[in-house]
Structure formats: structure tokens, C-alpha cells
Ligand binder design. Structure first.
Ligand code: GLA
Length: 384
């Protein structure tokens, strides 16, 4: 948190509300969330802080530290979708609108100030962190409280309905329920959450391909639609499953889907099995080196069946999965660019990460930026 930026915003003002929401790494369960599956997310030790100062009128302003000249001005009862340099404000504005629908929003104006130590566009879901941080601050401004589950749904609805991105609950759920040294296990059909302990000293590394993926414009929505299409064909054939992640291998074989939809459904079916195996394995104390194989398989499946990988992601995953100190590595998040995550304990270090990045540079003539994260606590109120 940049305290200096917040202190400047607070000159001569005394009343404030502060919050922090972490980014997340999708640990396992690629594209399962909107298919009603169970996914594993890890909240990271970096995120977005949001300072809220009440106003006496109905004016609202939103200022991001990185974009100091881009202060969005608006009125509390006139929420309009933004374009161009204010596009980032659609996430907080969407949250405000969802809170208003539920009578949970402040009724007077306010000023919001944001700082972030979360790298953007590398699959850490800065958008969910922005939504959650905004929601926790706005709720304080309104004098209201909600459960972490409601917080996650409000923010997911903001992204689906206002931003227009048909994402599932993985990002917001993980940012809401994160816990030190644990994964967040989300049953996306029931929207229920559990913490799953990780082996000691777990670390997760992010290696960025440098390919920027703007989810709103990417093939994400196409994949979402393909999964829906596969489900409705399977249902038309008499199956009573209500979401694609419930599909069983035998039913899938008999469903007679065309190749593309068959591949998508195969990924969803197998990925769900891997998540289940991973959770059982963790509980029964299976060694991380063996469990990591499931992450490797997940990457293969995303690449071959879900077809949301690319050459750079495959190359990084290949290097990392071949490294003796990496338990498993896979593309994380939407895909089509973005980043690979690698699960390690303390044996893997920055020198080894640098060597991976150097190999990447030899092949693609640009660096792969990398970051190390620890599993951390979820969205919360803060003080200065
Ligand atoms: C993005 C979305 C998530 C999830 C992943 C893929 O990160 O925001 O909801 O669908 O892609 O698993």
C-alpha cells in the first residue's frame, strides 16, 4: 500500500475507510468455474488497496495512483459505462451498481483512491482485486456488512453484468476467502467455499509470456459458449446433468459430439477429475512431487483439448515441468497468452527462475517477467 498517496488524499480530512483485496492464482481447475465445477484458487500476498473518503454531496470521484491525471468524476445516481482511459473504472462502477440494487450502497457521494502492488495483465486477476477492494470500502462507507460469499457474488455480478465479462466465481471467490498457506476450494455450482491446507513453505511463481490478454476481447467468451453448446447437446440426448463439469466419461463417449465440442467437454470432465484427485491427495498427505503431476496434466489438457494455450505458454510450462525443483506448472487463468504458474517449495529460487526466463528470451527474444507469491489472506478492512 502506498501510504504517501493516501496521506496526500487525506490532507485536512479525518474520516476515511480503507480496504485491501488480494490478487489470485488459479491453482487448478481451468475453465471449470462457469461450468459448475470445483476449482482451487490461491490468494496472493499482493493486491489493491482502496481508500474511501465520504463527501457531503452526491459527487463521486475515483482516482488510481498509476493514473493520477485520470480522475473519474460522476454522480452517485448516474452510473454510466466508461470507455477509453476510464475503462478501468467500470469495475468499481459495476460494484457500486450491484450494491445499489441490494440497498447496500452509500447514499451520499465519496472519493475513492486506489494503489496497487499487483502486476497487471499477467493472470493475477487485478480486476477481481479492484472489485473486492471497492466493495469492502463502499460497504464501510454505507455502514453495511455482508458475508464473504455475498461479497464474492456481488463482485462477480458486477463483472458479468456491468463490465460484460461472463467469468465464473473463481477470481472473486478466491480474493474473498483467501487464507495464509491454504488454497480456496470453491464448489462453483453451490457457491460454497472451503480452505485446504497446503504443504509447508508452498510458493507459487508466475512467469509471464508478455502476451497481453484482454479477457473481454479474447476467445474466453467463445469457449464459454462452446461449453454451453456441448452441455445442451448432451442434455438433448437425455442426460440430466445441469452443468458440464458433472459429465461422466462414459456419457461423454456416447454423446456423439462433433470434434471441437468433444475436446472442450473432455477437458472439463478430466480437469474436474484432477481437482478431485488433488484434494484427496493433499488430505491423505501424498507428496507434492506426485500431486504436481496433476498440474502438468492440466496444462496438457488445456493445450490439447481446451485449446487456450499458445506456443509461449507451452514452452514455459515445458521448461518448468522439466525442472527438478518444480512440483508442477500450468497455464493459469483464461489463457490465450498471459502466464504460467509453477508450484514449488523453498528449493526453487530466484536464480533458477532467472535461468528459466533466460531460456525463454533465447527462444522468443524477449524476457519472461517472473514473480514469487505466498498463499495469503483474503479481502479485508485495513487501517493506515
Ligand atoms: C479467468 C476468469 C475466471 C476463470 C478462468 C479460467 O480468470 O476470470 O472466472 O473462468 O479465467 O479458469
Amino acid at each position: 500500500m502506498n501510504k504517501g498517496f493516501f496521506a496526500r488524499a487525506l490532507t485536512n480530512k479525518h474520516e476515511y475507510f480503507l480496504s485491501f483485496a488480494p490478487g489470485r492464482i488459479e491453482f487448478l481447475g481451468n475453465h471449470l468455474d462457469y461450468n459448475g465445477g470445483t476449482v482451487l484458487g490461491m490468494a496472493v500476498n499482493a493486491g489493491i488497496s482502496c481508500l474511501g473518503i465520504p463527501a457531503n454531496d452526491t459527487l463521486i470521484t475515483m482516482t488510481s495512483e498509476g493514473l493520477e491525471d485520470a480522475v473519474l468524476l460522476g454522480q452517485i445516481n448516474c452510473i454510466e459505462k466508461q470507455t477509453g482511459k476510464y475503462k478501468w473504472a467500470n469495475y468499481p462502477l459495476g460494484v457500486l451498481q450491484e450494491l445499489q440494487k441490494r440497498n447496500l450502497a452509500p447514499t451520499k457521494g465519496f472519493h475513492l483512491y486506489y494503489t496497487s502492488n499487483l502486476p497487471t495483465a499477467v493472470g493475477l486477476s487485478s480486476s477481481a482485486a479492484l472489485e473486492l477492494a471497492t466493495a469492502v470500502t463502499l460497504l464501510q462507507l454505507a455502514g453495511k456488512e455482508v458475508s464473504p460469499g455475498t461479497l464474492a457474488s456481488i463482485c462477480r455480478d458486477a463483472e458479468n453484468k456491468f463490465v460484460g465479462m461472463p467469468c465464473g466465481i473463481l477470481d472473486q471467490g478466491t480474493s474473498a476467502f483467501g487464507k495464509n498457506n491454504s488454497l480456496v476450494k470453491i464448489d462453483c455450482r453451490e457457491e460454497t467455499y472451503e480452505s485446504v491446507d497446503l504443504p509447508q513453505n508452498t510458493q507459487a511463481w508466475i512467469f509471464d509470456t508478455g502476451i497481453k490478454h484482454d479477457l473481454v476481447d479474447s476467445l474466453y467468451s467463445v469457449r464459454h459458449q462452446e461449453c454451453k453448446d456441448a452441455l445442451s447437446i448432451i442434455q438433448d440426448k437425455g442426460s440430466d446433468i445441469t452443468c458440464l463439469s458433472m459429465i461422466e466419461k462414459e456419457v461423454l463417449k456416447d454423446a456423439d459430439l462433433k470434434e471441437k465440442l468433444f475436446k472442450r467437454a473432455t477437458h472439463v470432465c478430466d480437469e474436474q477429475a484432477r481437482v478431485n484427485q488433488f484434494c484427496k491427495g493433499l488430505e491423505s498427505g501424498m507428496p507434492p512431487e506426485s500431486l504436481g503431476k496433476l498440474l502438468q496434466e492440466s496444462h496438457q489438457s488445456s493445450s490439447q483439448y481446451f485449446e487456450n494455450s499458445c506456443e509461449e505458454l507451452d514452452y514455459l510450462a515445458g521448461l518448468l515441468n522439466g525442472h527438478r525443483n518444480v512440483h508442477g506448472a500450468r497455464l493459469t487463468g483464461g489463457g490465450f497468452g498471459g502466464a504460467v504458474m509453477a508450484w514449488t517449495q523453498d528449493l526453487f529460487n530466484a536464480t533458477e527462475a532467472q535461468a528459466i526466463s533466460d531460456e525463454f528470451q533465447k527462444r522468443f527474444d524477449r524476457k519472461s517477467r517472473f514473480y514469487r507469491f505466498l498463499p495469503s489472506n483474503g479481502a479485508r478492512k485495513e487501517t493506515l
